[in-house]
Design a protein around this ligand. Structure first.
Ligand SMILES: CCCCC/C=C\C/C=C\C/C=C\C=C\C(=O)SCCNC(=O)CCNC(=O)[C@H](O)C(C)(C)COP(=O)(O)OP(=O)(O)OC[C@H]1O[C@@H](n2cnc3c(N)ncnc32)[C@H](O)[C@@H]1OP(=O)(O)O
Ligand SMILES: Cc1cc2nc3c(=O)[nH]c(=O)nc-3n(C[C@H](O)[C@H](O)[C@H](O)COP(=O)(O)OP(=O)(O)OC[C@H]3O[C@@H](n4cnc5c(N)ncnc54)[C@H](O)[C@@H]3O)c2cc1C
Length: 666
């Protein structure tokens, strides 16, 4: 193929933008400093050949894993050499874009010790972990139980004679199963086990357990350990060594029990400290909050690929002598632009959730535990909502790219395979929504007793009004009023919550009601979480938004986000009499005009994510839009094309062909 001059096939598209894209980049990144760090780290990774990732789909598991170890070691080397800050290091790992044991070491092992260890324990273990002299993972889930944490079977029995705990796996189903980084890399784990003293079961607690020798990496006596095997997709999450682990009466010193929530004294007495026992679940709250932030990254990445490709791809019709760009089809817009709007919506709700998490952490330090239930409900619900939408959206983006979306070189199959377990890990999404519903039912039931709802449930204080208020939409333009839209989402959520609470009250045992009504409870929780996302988008727009045209674009996206949800869940809004069918029809007209408003800005709106071609890893999403020659080039690189005649021709193809020839002659 001839060498081509550098051409930007999307230059016309970029010239149509009606807003200051540099200002939007800063909004997306969360600030100037965040933008600068992110941009610098992305370029650093993209320019380093060790971080190449275009061969992942064709490496076998062993090569793939070794390559991941190599990249993680190289990343660590660069972090040390360049003296990167924690923020820079974490961005660098993010742009390396390969699931690895380091995610669990930094993302769960260190946080669990920070959150559940005593001061003394933090002083002992964290410096070693920060220097990576030990590598840790989070070993909670077992073969038999994941969601039901209280059902875990691993035991930690106190032996007062030797002042030790004996960690044991009494059954096959008690084998730890899934922890990332456990299979091959970790030297240590925080293991969740039943605390048993003097024959009494005191429930679940975390214990720091060394798994492998720090000299030769061999498992320590009594430890049976390995990788659980290949997972969904080629490459994808198979760079991670999710592992199994069994204990045969493994002894650890008493001071390796994480003792912030419960302590065991030298005599074997269990002392419950004054912090709520639910702090044992605190690491999950922290990680769920990071997963929400991560959802906007995965979603924006898929949307960036699908949007750029939709502007390049032409099929049918005629536009100034060319066929029509597929992005100009209304059907393409109505599938793509709500996803673009969701990417921005999740970005802002993720920012807010980070703030909420920091707020609850500070309160906990000051021994104010009042906002913990709300933080749990928000992190659980938003983790569930954003990951489910993102996983479905990546698949939708693949379809938006037609046949080429199915090629690995589009980047979408791998993105989907890596992303989709987010609907399961850190809490199955349905199980988490049921937690939100439980919280809402409790909040409503306490309204009569004078308990004031807080934070995201404050709207329930206006319950009487929300149960009967009509929707204030007379003409199409009313749908663009944020207060009208927010009140509508509040009314829908309040009405669904009250209806479910009424149905629940008919059961003599609340648990029976929860079982029977669980599908409705999930819908209630979803409505509440969607309200949170819409409100936080609206609140973001009430802040100072610098940059020409930036606020207008975000306003359009906010309306698209809310109105496309309205369209998707029309049944909820109509059946609760929140809107009339006439109002629904007006909302649909407004959506169409909003799509027209976004259309000329679509490419600039995805450019604002500031993704490098290396990070996107997609021929279809290339910044320059030079899709076809690059697709051709990628095809030629496939190992099947290394020889003109394939391996196996002489054994398996030729004999068949020859036989057909003989048959034909007969
Ligand atoms: C840069 C960082 C990178 C980090 C990694 C980033 C991304 C991830 C990448 C890859 C994946 C990697 C790792 C994955 C790890 C894991 O998956 S770790 C395992 C996670 N496991 C789960 O999430 C299990 C889900 N199950 C649960 O959370 C609980 O068991 C469940 C809440 C479902 C039920 O618990 P149970 O005690 O049986 O519940 P109740 O319903 O009776 O609740 C009792 C009360 O406790 C409250 N509560 C429950 N959970 C929490 C919590 N987390 N915090 C605060 N409070 C909580 C609940 O509301 C009840 O309160 P009331 O009594 O009603 O007042
Ligand atoms: C890629 C990946 C990485 C992971 N990493 C880790 C890790 O590092 N450390 C760790 O400890 N764990 C890890 N896990 C485990 C993960 O946290 C669990 O798989 C997850 O919490 C779900 O639990 P489960 O597998 O028991 O699902 P189950 O609870 O068995 O779910 C099966 C089905 O039952 C339904 N269900 C379950 N309970 C209820 C209920 N009460 N009401 C209604 N429906 C219900 C669910 O909705 C689901 O449809 C990982 C998992 C994956 C996939």
């Amino acid at each position: 193929m001839e060498a081509e001059a550098a051409v930007d096939y999307l230059v016309d598209e970029r010239s149509k933008a009606q807003f200051d894209i540099d200002a939007m980049k800063i909004i997306w990144a969360g600030g100037k400093h965040e933008f600068e760090v992110s941009d610098r780290m992305a370029r650093l990774v993209a320019s380093d050949p060790v971080f190449r990732k275009d061969n992942r789909a064709i490496l076998d598991r062993k090569e793939l894993f070794k390559n991941t170890l190599r990249k993680a070691a190289h990343a660590w080397k660069r972090i040390i050499e360049l003296r990167l800050s924690e923020q820079e290091a974490s961005k660098l790992r993010f742009f390396v874009d390969e699931p690895a044991y380091t995610d669990l070491h930094w993302g769960m092992f260190i946080p669990v010790i920070k959150g559940q260890g005593t001061e003394e324990q933090r002083k002992k273990w964290l410096p070693m972990a920060y220097r990576m002299q030990i590598i840790g993972c989070y070993a909670q889930t077992e073969l038999g139980h994941g969601s039901n944490v209280q059902g875990l079977e691993t035991t930690a029995t106190f032996d007062p004679e030797l002042d030790e705990f004996v960690i044991h796996s009494p059954t096959l189903t008690s084998s730890k199963w899934w922890p990332g980084g456990l299979g091959r890399a970790s030297t240590h784990a925080v293991v969740f086990a039943r605390l048993i003293t003097d024959g009494k079961d005191h429930g679940i607690n975390g214990f720091i357990v060394q798994l492998r020798s720090l000299d030769d990496h061999l498992p320590l006596p009594g430890i049976i350990i390995g990788d659980i095997g290949m997972k969904f997709g080629n490459g994808a999450y198979n760079t991670m060594d999710n592992g199994f682990l069994r204990f045969d009466h493994v002894r650890i010193p008493r001071d390796q029990m994480l003792m912030r929530v419960k302590q065991v004294t030298r005599e074997g007495k269990v002392v419950q400290s004054d912090v709520p026992w639910q702090l044992l679940y605190g690491t999950m709250v922290y990680v769920r909050q990071t997963i929400v932030a991560d959802a906007s990254c995965a979603l924006s990445r898929a949307v960036c690929i699908a949007t750029r490709y939709s502007a390049v791809r032409r099929q049918f019709g005629s536009q100034n002598g060319h066929e029509t760009q597929v992005i100009d089809y209304r059907t393409q817009q109505s599938r793509l632009f709500p996803l673009l709007a969701s990417a921005y919506a999740f970005r802002f709700v993720g920012e807010w959730l980070k703030w909420l998490y920091m707020d609850v952490t500070q309160r906990l330090q000051a021994r104010d535990f009042s906002t913990l239930p709300e933080a749990h409900a928000c992190t659980a619900g938003l983790k569930s909502l954003t990951t489910s939408v993102t996983a479905d959206a990546i698949e939708e983006c693949r379809k938006l790219c037609g046949g080429h979306g199915y090629l690995c070189s589009s980047g979408l199959p791998e993105l989907f395979a890596v992303y989709v377990p987010a609907c399961t890990y850190e809490g199955d999404n349905i199980v988490l929504l049921l937690q939100v519903a439980r919280f809402l039912m409790k909040t409503v039931s306490q309204l009569g007793s004078g308990e004031r709802p807080v934070g995201t449930t404050t709207y329930l204080l206006r319950l009487e009004h929300l149960l009967q208020c009509p929707c204030d939409v007379q003409g199409a333009e009313d749908w663009l009023k944020p207060d009208v839209v927010v009140q509508l989402f509040e009314a829908r959520s309040a009405r669904m919550t009250v209806a479910c609470a009424k149905s629940l009250s008919k059961f003599s045992k609340p648990e029976d009601g929860f079982m029977d009504l669980s599908a409705d409870l999930v819908s209630v929780a979803t409505a509440h979480c969607q309200l949170i996302v819409v409100s936080k988008f609206v609140e973001k727009l009430q802040q100072d938004i610098p940059g020409e045209g930036v606020k207008q674009q975000l306003e359009a996206l906010c309306s698209i986000y809310a109105l496309s949800l309205l369209k998707k869940h029309l049944g909820d809004f109509l059946s609760t009499s929140c809107i009339t069918s006439k109002q629904a029809s007006l909302a649909n007209d407004v959506l169409r005009s909003l799509y027209s408003q976004v259309r000329p800005n679509a490419i600039a709106l995805v450019d604002a994510f500031n993704y490098t071609d290396h990070f996107l890893g997609s021929v279809l999403g290339r910044y320059d839009g030079n899709v076809y020659p690059k697709l051709y080039e990628e095809a030629l690189k496939d190992p099947l094309n290394e020889s003109v005649v394939p391996d196996g021709y002489h054994e398996y193809l030729q004999p068949v062909l020859k036989q057909r020839l003989r048959t034909a002659r007969l």
